[in-house]
Design a protein around this ligand. Sequence first.
Ligand SMILES: Nc1ncnc2c1ncn2[C@@H]1O[C@H](COP(=O)(O)OP(=O)(O)O)[C@@H](O)[C@H]1O
Ligand SMILES: [Mg+2]
Length: 366
Amino acid sequence: MVVRRIALKNFRSWQRSNFELGSGLTVLAGPNGAGKTNLLEAIYFGCTGRSCRTSTDRQVVRNGAEAAHVELVVEAADGEHRLSVGLQPGSAKLSQVDGAAVETLTASDLRPLVTVFLPDRLSLVSGAPAGRRAHIDQLVAALRPTRAPLRSEYSRALIQRNALLSNIRRGTSSSASLDAWDNELATIAEQLTEARDDAVAAVQTVAADVAEELGLLGALDISYRHSKAANRDQYIAELQEKRTADIERGFTIAGPHRDELRIKRDGRELKIAGSQGEKRIALLSLLLAERQVIGSARGSTPLLLLDDVMSELDAERRALLVRRISESGQCVVTATEFEHVPATDGTSVVRIPIGPESNSQRLKIA
Ligand SMILES: Nc1ncnc2c1ncn2[C@@H]1O[C@H](COP(=O)(O)OP(=O)(O)O)[C@@H](O)[C@H]1O
Ligand SMILES: [Mg+2]
């Protein structure tokens, strides 16, 4: 799947523009404030129907405009398709595939898988464990789509068990009714733990290799930590062991909702001990590793969006990064100078200057 063109209307700083992307590497270069990150965000928005920078959709609408609109032309095995998302604050978002309304783009087979790196969003490394759990579960879903429902199945069972715990505490249910929910929760917990284990194991070594290549000093170690239980029977035993405490608190203490993706450099957790630069390289390495293993598992490499990574790297690392991202799949990179993204042998690079004049390009497809 390749994103051929993007057309945007009233998206962030962009008024009306459209761009043709290369099928390999596309470089967007221009001065600070020119709208490069906004354009990457628009590509992500067009692929997923969501922003990669904010959970407040209305922020993407150009100041003073009523609605934002992004349309992508993607090329699949059977030819070209159009994905479009329209957002008018106060109304429901309108997503369409080939002109027909769809509930969400992410449910469509025609939307490209996408990996995005934004240097100012290090929350995956630095933030709360829940963000990292959500991230592993996305990786699980991308690697094996049949495993995608496990996350919501687990959380539904957990909510129901917690509701029951509250009722038991209040005396409106008996604790005997917990057994059925313990079994249910333990069954899904085993599957979810196994799925997360597999997903993290698949990226671990590749991520460490990429980090070394990109110049991270000290070994990158990404691991999945779960409670001492791993299979269904052990989860049941754990739930029973903690049952009294669970009833006292009114929620389930142990289980996959408490697991952690640990990101360490030389044995120390980056979220505690890492510099901004180290966190950035570690995150970039993890995302590049994920893209590579998803590409092998699915036979189609996700579109990669890289914002402003070149300024951090020396010339040798830049060349190594460009070589790696050019190996397969499509990639869009932003930089302040084209020279920051050196060409490698045999790869064709599409270079798009981004400046004040880009904002008035005639719209062909929206
Ligand atoms: N909703 C919006 N409406 C209009 N302008 C916006 C909106 N959101 C951000 N901007 C503007 O976009 C510009 C920054 O664009 P950005 O893509 O971050 O630039 P670059 O990545 O090239 O440095 C800023 O001038 C900012 O004010
Ligand atoms: Mg930027």
